[in-house]
Structure formats: structure tokens, C-alpha cells
Design a protein around this ligand. Structure first.
Ligand code: SF4
Ligand code: SF4
Length: 178
């Protein structure tokens, strides 16, 4: 059982912390005049990025849509004459999004990315539905060099499977058989 002396010591150490804080300068940030710089990994407004060649990164694979716990992403996939896939339309309902970042984790092309931009309040909830033209940006976001089509074992106009710069030979699955 705790002795009276130990109880007094515990109480005193608790009050000592409070006492020290009495003499500290308050830290008050005057938002919105001062906006604290947020880390690049902060999870707020979502964007769709482009690869270093300027092409849309999204290949409309539906993985982000499938993983989203609140089903706020929808799209329709389409294919260009050269076989490259893209989203004919792409929609995010930010009124439902919980900014969990799972879509970004699931994306194989680094297309969908969350940004630190949290200031996009709206008066009408309907204005939280963002279409592809609202989401698509002209840069690579956090991933400046990644180009899915050059590392994913896909045949492009430039090279075949495993022939792009930095790309390994595709695994021969039959070589694993006994
Ligand atoms: S951040 Fe989470 S909730 Fe928002 S769109 Fe991505 S997966 Fe869905
Ligand atoms: S954003 Fe990424 S995960 Fe979502 S459909 Fe496009 S490529 Fe797939």
C-alpha cells in the first residue's frame, strides 16, 4: 500500500510541472494571419499528378476506389489508341473523405496524392464533389521521378518489358515450377 509520504511526493511532482508552466511564455499562433508550415506528408486535399513526361499518371485501375473506406472515389476507365489507360472521368466527394491516405498507399502509379492544403471550406456541401479537372495538376507532387510505365513491365513506344532505364527483367513464373 502507498505510504502517505509517497502520496505527497507524487502530488508535489505533479504540481511542480504545473508550476513550471506558469512562468513559460504562451505559444499562441494567430491563425489565419500566421499559417504554420505543415510537413509534406500531411493529409488534406487530394490531387491527381502527372509523370515526368507530362502524361496523366492515373491508369484507372480502380484500386483507390476499392480501398477507400467511405467509397468516395469513382471513375470510368478508358484506353488510348497506344494502349495506355486513363480515367475518362474521375470524381472524389470530399464531403465524405476522411483523409485516411489509403488511396495514396494503394495507388501503383503515384497518381493520387494527399497534400497539406487543408483550406478549402465551402458553403454548399455539393461543392465538395471534385471532378478530374479540379483534381489534375501539372506536376509530379511528392514523387518527382516516378514513371509507372517505365518500371512496371509494360510495353511502351520507347521499349519492351524490362528494357526501360532502371527496369529489371520480368520474372519468369514458370522458372519457379519444379
Ligand atoms: S483519403 Fe481515405 S477516405 Fe479520402 S479518398 Fe482516400 S481512401 Fe477515401
Ligand atoms: S489514382 Fe492510382 S489507384 Fe486510383 S485509379 Fe488511378 S492509378 Fe489506380
Amino acid at each position: 500500500m502507498q505510504s502517505a509520504w509517497e502520496a505527497v511526493k507524487a502530488l508535489a511532482s505533479g504540481f511542480a510541472v504545473t508550476f513550471v508552466h506558469l512562468f513559460r511564455k504562451p505559444i499562441t499562433e494567430q491563425y489565419p494571419e500566421y499559417k504554420r508550415p505543415l510537413p509534406v506528408r500531411s493529409r488534406a486535399r487530394i490531387i491527381l499528378t502527372r509523370d515526368p513526361d507530362g502524361e496523366e499518371r492515373c491508369v484507372a485501375c480502380y484500386l483507390c476506389s476499392a480501398v477507400c473506406p467511405v467509397t468516395c472515389i469513382s471513375m470510368e476507365g478508358a484506353e488510348k489508341p497506344d494502349g495506355r489507360r486513363y480515367a475518362a472521368w474521375f470524381r472524389i466527394n470530399f464531403a465524405r473523405c476522411i483523409y485516411c491516405g489509403l488511396c495514396e498507399e494503394a495507388c501503383p502509379t503515384s497518381a493520387i496524392q494527399l497534400t497539406p492544403d487543408y483550406e478549402f471550406c465551402k458553403k454548399s456541401i455539393m461543392n465538395f464533389v471534385y471532378e478530374k479537372e479540379d483534381l489534375l495538376v501539372d506536376h509530379q507532387g511528392k514523387d518527382s521521378n516516378y514513371n509507372y510505365y517505365k518500371v512496371a513491365g509494360i510495353i511502351t513506344r520507347e521499349a519492351g518489358k524490362g528494357e526501360h532505364a532502371g527496369e529489371k527483367e520480368p520474372v519468369d513464373v514458370k522458372s519457379n515450377l519444379p
